[in-house]
Ligand binder design. Structure first.
Ligand SMILES: Cc1ncc(COP(=O)(O)O)c(C=O)c1O
Length: 410
């Protein structure tokens, strides 16, 4: 069959003429394929999925009821664009009540996003010229970096390691890179390491940004999911509003991943620029969703209940992994547990975290996500399917049964 001329038209950023021809299989596809093969080989065994990066339950009835009501109102029918006054107000109020950040002006310092992912893909349009550098942490959520490169910019990676508490050493950025750098992207609580920032680290980051004339994009998608203390916003640090925007999301803290709503808040000039670029990207989230989410934001106890569930599950999983010899430490928030991988189990040797993850799926029908960018680690997510506390114990007990008696070598 002759090749369609369309093949000649693809942009270099997605592979140009070679688009779609690569036989390389990427991490998440490898996991998917291994899960399929393991289930085909053992169709009667439960696959325990600790790899999923989203809540296992649906939004609470309060949110669903509000959406049903709002969806019936004619005034909610049209393009929302960058509007949605109720949600802006609720967001500013939530920043004060939950994150302790006073003085957010809902009109000039908040604009919604169709999820944080969308905001991370739009913000580079506002900041990145060809040759500009974005400082990003690895391992991490890559969306801002992908779009930076698509605009002709460069990404400089800062490694997150156990030695630095998974906080980047900003002073390690070489001078010539720093000169071209415009943005630092931070994400705490962090995916995948589960690490939390400290007020001292955020103060240091704000000072660093001011000194080097950088913008901070703080991806706070997991900010409200804390197991102890209060959620920490970079905007609670003095001076942060001069340099930072923060991205919040309904997805993880309110079990609303599919609803696609979040907000960008902080420096008004940056928020405005985000809004101008967003205007050329989408026409805003359905106002009924925005209003239902505004009502939801007024109930931070929802998040506290969800966080308590993850904390409980985390306790069970950490205890089990420690018993098996893993160096597992309970994070202070998020739903991710990040642990260094074993070098071997019995006679089976592992070179990478990906090897370990494939072995766990194939041999034990336990799915995790491997990360090899800054040492070999597995990410266990406590969003596994379980209905209630006794079922949670059953699932973790099942993991124990499958792994008990194995000699892990670290
Ligand atoms: C670090 C991080 N940022 C952003 C997102 C995207 O979240 P949202 O559902 O708000 O687009 C995710 C989702 O997995 C994430 O892990």
């Amino acid at each position: 069959m002759t090749e369609s001329y369309i093949q000649q038209l693809f942009a270099e950023r997605i592979g140009g003429r070679q688009y779609g021809k690569s036989t390389a299989i990427y991490k998440f596809e490898k996991i998917k394929r291994a899960k399929r093969a393991a289930l085909a080989a053992r169709p009667h065994t439960e696959l325990i999925d600790l790899g999923v990066g989203e809540p296992d339950e649906m939004a609470l009835p309060l949110s669903v009821r509000a959406l049903c009501e709002e969806a019936q109102k004619p005034e909610n029918r049209g393009y929302a664009d960058n509007g949605g006054a109720d949600y802006k107000r609720a967001a500013a109020n939530w920043m004060l009540k939950v994150c302790g950040v006073p003085g957010i002006d809902p009109e000039t310092e908040v604009i919604h996003s169709i999820g944080s992912k969308a905001a991370l893909s739009i913000l580079p349009a506002a900041l990145i010229n060809p040759g500009d550098v974005a400082l990003m942490t690895v391992p991490g959520y890559p969306v801002f970096g992908t779009h930076t490169k698509w605009y002709g910019g460069e990404v400089f990676n800062l490694k997150l390691t156990e030695e630095n508490d998974f906080l980047p050493d900003l002073d390690s950025v070489p001078k010539d890179v720093l000169k071209r750098a415009k943005v630092v992207v931070l994400n705490y609580p962090n995916n995948p390491t589960g690490a939390s920032a400290t007020p001292e680290f955020f103060r240091y980051a704000v000072e660093f940004a001011l000194k080097n004339k950088l913008v901070i994009v703080s991806d706070a998608a997991y900010a409200a999911l804390v197991f102890e203390g209060k959620p920490l916003s970079i905007l609670s640090v003095p001076g942060a509003k001069e340099v930072a925007v923060e991205l919040h999301s309904m997805s993880k803290a309110f079990n609303m991943t599919g609803w696609r709503l979040g907000f960008v808040t902080g420096n008004p000039l940056l928020v405005k620029a985000y809004g101008d670029c967003k205007d050329n990207t989408d026409s805003g989230q359905f106002l009924a969703i925005q209003r239902a989410c505004a009502a939801t934001l007024d109930h931070p106890e929802i998040t506290q209940k969800i966080a308590a569930k993850y904390s409980r599950r985390m306790d069970l999983l950490v205890a089990l992994l420690r018993k098996l010899g893993f160096n597992a430490t309970k994070p202070k928030g998020s739903f991710f547990l990040y642990v260094r991988t074993p070098k071997a189990v019995g006679d089976t040797k592992f070179k990478t975290a990906e090897d370990v993850s494939q072995w766990l799926i194939t041999e034990k029908l336990i799915s995790t996500v491997p990360w090899d960018e800054a040492g070999p680690y597995l990410r266990f997510s406590v969003t596994f399917i379980a209905k209630g506390e006794s079922d949670e114990r059953r699932v973790v007990g099942e993991i124990e049964k499958r792994l008990a008696g194995l000699e892990f070598e670290f």
